[in-house]
Design a protein around this ligand. Structure first.
Ligand code: FAD
Length: 483
């Protein structure tokens, strides 16, 4: 009997435990992707994620074809579709790798119970995380809410890197599946407006693209990551986030590659720098730990006092200005335009734009998280929820509520020569560095000689930074004293 390998966000052949387990017991496998976005509601993949998915599925299909097989694509309710595939192919087992969002856990549990009750073996595996979220507990037996002890516990256990499952499948070993596949284009994943035009310049979805990204990072940026990772104008971080989200590369593989590079590069700075990349993977683990143990948090903050926070809910214009990069604050606008044009934003700038939305504009973090959800190619429920709550100051191990990022100081500190700002705000490119970060403070003659008319070429700030900061602190102070 063949086995079905149900691909979801594990779109790779190497280090894929579900695929490896199926291949251990079956010569013929049916590799299938089932498109069922409604089953992930209210967090069905956003537009940028769907773009990625289209190309990643294409890449996976090509990889499977190299091995003599090919991806079977179906659209419809998962359980019904699996039952149909079992009937069509005579499969007696289904293997998949686990997901950790509340909706996918509920769906997968239902699928597993139903298949087993009907006599089909159903096995789930771990491809996405270094540690299962339930495998780490504090001394009192509960989940972690603070990152540092969580990460120490991970390091004490030892980061897993190499295993049976890392092995590659020899070419031409899979037999073609008997199941009929729908054409990928019938899933309607690509946007109807050509907003994704720039994405191709920045990304190569799929397993090969993930490895190219990792190699490029290790060769060119790894040794200076710790020093430069906060500089948005430089190519200093790995940009692996969408590849990790779609499981085109797994964290064990990254740990393995990093450890190998550390062994080969004896410079102490390089070693420590790569340790800080692993620590960021630790934040990814921590986010998944939090989402698993606090599944309500994509909708409501972990810090319950925020249920009574006086958000402004009436200002669609302010939200639209933020979304489209028209706030008049250069670093915020550059970040929002980078997001729109590339589907990604540098982490430091994500913190700045999130702080600006939730504090200076006093708009709910959920509005920002939703926009990110639709526009980020790496949109990930665990990381996005944690990132927004951390910056807002309403999550686990959050920045203190009174930490309001000053976008002008952040800009001067992390983009001192304006490389990032000029890249995304060409209308300000001729301003000297002294005026670039806060053009509204520049003398009129400086603006004139750079041919910048505030209010027409580039907006004036939509809020006054100092007063809006104080308004946020006052609002926070009111919930702080609440029990
Ligand atoms: P690197 O610095 O190279 O880090 C390597 C990997 O570690 C990343 O690919 C990512 O998987 C993980 N990582 C790094 N930083 C974090 C972090 N702070 N939290 C969790 N994991 C991390 N990340 C997402 O993957 N998806 C999201 O939807 C997302 N939303 C965010 C929203 C806000 C408001 C903020 C402040 C952060 C968010 N992040 C999110 C975290 C972080 O910004 C991105 O993971 C990072 O910018 C991706 O770039 P990189 O791959 O070059 O990161």
């Amino acid at each position: 009997h063949p086995a079905i390998v149900w691909f979801r966000r594990d779109l790779r052949l190497a280090d894929n435990p579900a695929l490896a387990a199926a291949l251990n017991n079956h010569r013929r496998i049916v590799p299938v992707y089932i498109h069922a976005p409604d089953e992930e509601a209210p967090w069905a993949p956003g537009a940028a994620s769907r773009w990625w998915l289209q190309h990643s599925l294409t890449a996976l299909d090509a990889r499977l074809r190299e091995h003599g097989s090919g991806l079977v694509i179906r659209h419809g309710r998962t359980l019904e579709t699996l039952r149909q595939l079992i009937a069509e192919t005579g499969a007696n087992a289904v293997h998949w790798n686990r997901l950790y969002e509340p909706a996918t856990i509920a769906r997968d549990t239902e699928v597993k119970e139903a298949l087993r009750a009907e006599g089909t073996a159903a096995h789930s595996h771990n491809a996405a995380l270094l540690f299962e979220p339930w495998s780490l507990t504090t001394q009192s037996g509960g989940p972690y809410r603070v990152f540092t002890p969580f990460w120490k516990a991970c390091l004490r256990q030892g980061l897993p890197e190499q295993g049976e499952a890392l092995s590659e499948i020899p070419p031409e070993t899979l037999l073609p599946s008997a199941a009929h596949s729908a054409a990928l284009d019938t899933l309607g994943l690509l946007p109807t407006i050509p907003w994704d035009a720039g994405f191709n310049d920045h990304w190569q979805p799929g397993e090969a693209g993930a490895w190219n990204m990792l190699r490029e990072f290790l060769d060119h940026a790894g040794a200076r990551y710790a020093k430069d990772r906060d500089r948005p104008g430089q190519r200093s971080t790995s940009r692996l986030s969408p590849h990790l989200h779609f499981g085109e590369i797994g964290p064990r593989q990254i740990v393995h590659a990093v450890r190998a590079r550390q062994a080969a590069d004896a410079r102490p700075g390089a070693h420590a720098s790569l340790d800080s990349l692993l620590r960021e993977l630790g934040w990814r683990e921590f986010s998944h730990h939090l989402l698993y143990h606090f599944p309500h948090t994509p909708a409501t903050a972990l810090d319950e006092r925020f249920a009574r926070f006086a958000w402004r809910r009436d200002d669609a214009d302010l939200l639209a200005a933020w979304q489209r990069g028209r706030t008049g604050i250069p670093l915020v606008d550059a970040g929002m335009r980078e997001l729109w044009h590339t589907g990604w934003m540098h982490n430091r700038v994500r913190m700045v734009v999130a702080s600006f939305l939730t504090k200076n504009l006093l708009l709910p973090w959920q509005d920002g998280a939703r926009w990110f959800w639709d526009t980020l190619v790496d949109a990930d429920l665990a990381n996005n929820t944690q990132g927004w709550q951390w910056t807002t100051g309403c999550g686990a191990d959050a920045a203190p509520y009174f930490r309001v990022f000053n976008p002008v100081l952040q800009s001067r500190k992390f983009d001192p020569d304006g490389v990032y700002l000029r890249r995304w705000l060409p209308e300000l490119a001729c301003l000297p560095d002294t005026a670039l970060h806060a053009p509204w403070e520049a003398p009129e003659h400086v603006l004139r000689s750079a041919r910048v008319r505030l209010g027409s070429d580039y907006p004036r700030p939509i809020v006054e930074l100092r007063a809006s900061r104080q308004r946020a602190l006052d609002a926070y102070a009111r919930i702080r004293v609440m029990p």
